[in-house]
Design a protein around this ligand. Structure first.
Ligand code: GDP
Ligand code: IMO
Ligand code: MG
Length: 432
């Protein structure tokens, strides 16, 4: 697996942290390429739980290099808070490297994120409130503050002044008042000494590792349906969580990617606002939430739950060129007499086989379901494909066939060992 990308194939929280942690064992470098601390990745190891928002999931292995790429937006408070929390648990974090080109989330980004949501009222996106959108906006209007700016105080002060000038009217309009550029700069500069040893040329580091035949795991956050270009716009995040962003978010060419692991739950969840055709409002949805412990890792919000949407999953597979699927939380479905999987949508009089191009069609889409038998057995102890009940195997096989993608991993519990690694092909696809 020289260059392997892990991406979410739904609306986030698919279990990427767990799968990345599992794959990281065989990797030399783990590199994050987009998003920020809107992400929340949970890793459970020997009963101990770690929740990471910004630092790559590979940090738990001290021998691996962990990289935060240029495509990531960094809140320094969160970065050092997370590092301190890890150190308190005996994880040094000295193996972390941060791209000098990554953008910094500034205090005004946080204020604007909240104000924008308030302004949108009932049309709000339900963001995580972490300043992600406003930070990417500044990046693309070219008034962002980058990690490397910390190394040049004069330039940093000037850049902050420029960025704040632009925000002056907005902040006043939202009754937030004005921020003092020097105060903002002083606060940021207080991180300089701690940040400096981590700053690197992440593209050079990762490409050199690949040249040396090392294994690099590119860790995505969020999921394809939250993609700024291809997701359920405007109810999306402000970056590209699809696999292509691994190239632009680190600085490697597409020829360096060998495998793409798409992580998907065996049902669907979503946090925040936006359309969700297979959402359940009945006792099955409540059961999924309770059994699956579906509460957001970052904001603690209850996740909306529903049946597996195979049209959306096949779309995500296409967008990221997924070579292997990792299906998670199969254990949560135990005990449901019948499972439903959405294989088409009905929007008005139209029947849609593919994820619709038009936003309105998706907002009106009603799921057309295929029903499959459920199973009653507790499957958390299952260690191999053959241990799973026939109905569970049929369900997985159905997903593989519908998406025309090989299933490589099946997670049957949050723990690291609660994962079935499939030795032979379930569905199509090459060796990993
Ligand atoms: P991520 O954002 O994609 O890394 O996912 P999160 O960590 O936000 O949410 C996934 C949640 O499901 C976490 O609490 C995991 O510990 C948990 N989890 C992952 N895989 C499984 C599984 O197979 N079964 C169960 N029951 N929980 C799982
Ligand atoms: P992980 O990596 C689930 C959602 C928010 C909101 C929308 C925009 O843990 O899978 P933002 O703060 O990014 O501007 O919010 O995106 N969202 C996530 N939902 N998992 C995530 O990350 C998410 N990151 C953002 O809830 O609907
Ligand atoms: Mg999460």
């Amino acid at each position: 697996m020289p260059g392997t990308v892990v991406v979410g194939a739904q609306w986030g929280d698919e279990g990427k942290g767990k799968i990345t942690d599992l794959l990281a064992e065989k990797a030399d470098v783990v590199a994050r390429f987009q998003g920020g601390n809107n992400a929340g990745h949970t890793i459970v190891r020997d009963g101990e739980e770690f929740k990471l928002h910004l630092i790559p999931s590979g940090i738990l292995y001290e021998a691996k290099t962990c990289v935060i790429g240029n495509g990531v937006v960094i809140d320094p408070h969160i970065l050092f808070g997370e590092l301190e929390a890890l150190r308190a648990r005996g994880i040094g974090g000295d193996n972390l490297r941060i791209s000098g080109n990554a953008h910094l989330i500034m205090p005004y980004h946080l204020l604007l994120d909240g104000a924008n949501e308030q302004q949108l009222g009932k049309f709000k996106i339900g963001t995580t409130g972490r300043g992600i959108g406003p930070c990417y906006v500044d990046k693309y209007t070219r008034i962002g503050i980058r990690v490397q700016d910390l190394l040049d105080e004069k330039i940093l002060r000037r850049k902050i002044k420029t960025a704040l000038q632009e925000k002056y009217f907005l902040l006043q309009r939202y009754d937030i008042g004005v921020l003092d550029p020097d105060q903002v700069a002083d606060e940021l500069l207080s991180f300089r000494e701690r940040m400096e040893p981590f700053i690197c040329d992440a593209s050079l580091l990762v490409n050199t590792a690949l040249d040396q035949g090392k294994h690099v795991l590119f860790e995505g956050v969020q999921g394809a349906l939250l993609d700024i270009d291809f997701g359920t716009y405007p109810f999306v995040t402000s970056s590209n969580p699809i696999s292509g962003a691994a190239c632009t978010g680190i600085g490697v060419g597409p020829t360096r990617i060998d495998h793409v692991i798409g992580v998907a739950k065996t049902y669907t969840t979503r946090v925040g606002e936006g359309p969700f055709p297979t959402e359940l409002f009945d006792e099955t949805g409540v059961a999924m939430c309770e059994v699956g412990q579906e509460f957001g890792t970052t904001t603690g919000r209850q996740r909306r739950c529903g049946w597996l949407d195979l049209v959306a999953l096949r779309y995500a597979v296409r967008l990221s060129g997924v070579t292997h699927l990792a299906l998670t939380k199969l254990d949560v479905l135990s005990g449901l007499p019948t499972l439903k999987a959405c294989t088409r949508y009905k929007a008005g009089r139209k029947v849609l086989d593919e994820f619709p191009l038009r936003q309105t069609d998706f907002h009106h889409a009603k799921p057309i379901y295929e029903e499959l038998p459920g199973w009653t057995e507790d499957i958390r102890e299952c260690e191999a494909w053959q241990d799973l009940p026939q109905a569970a195997r049929d369900y997985v096989q159905y997903i593989a066939e519908f998406t025309k993608t090989r299933v490589k991993f099946i997670a049957v519990g949050p723990g690291r060992d609660e994962t079935i690694v499939l030795p032979r092909s379930i569905g199509r696809g090459g060796a990993l």
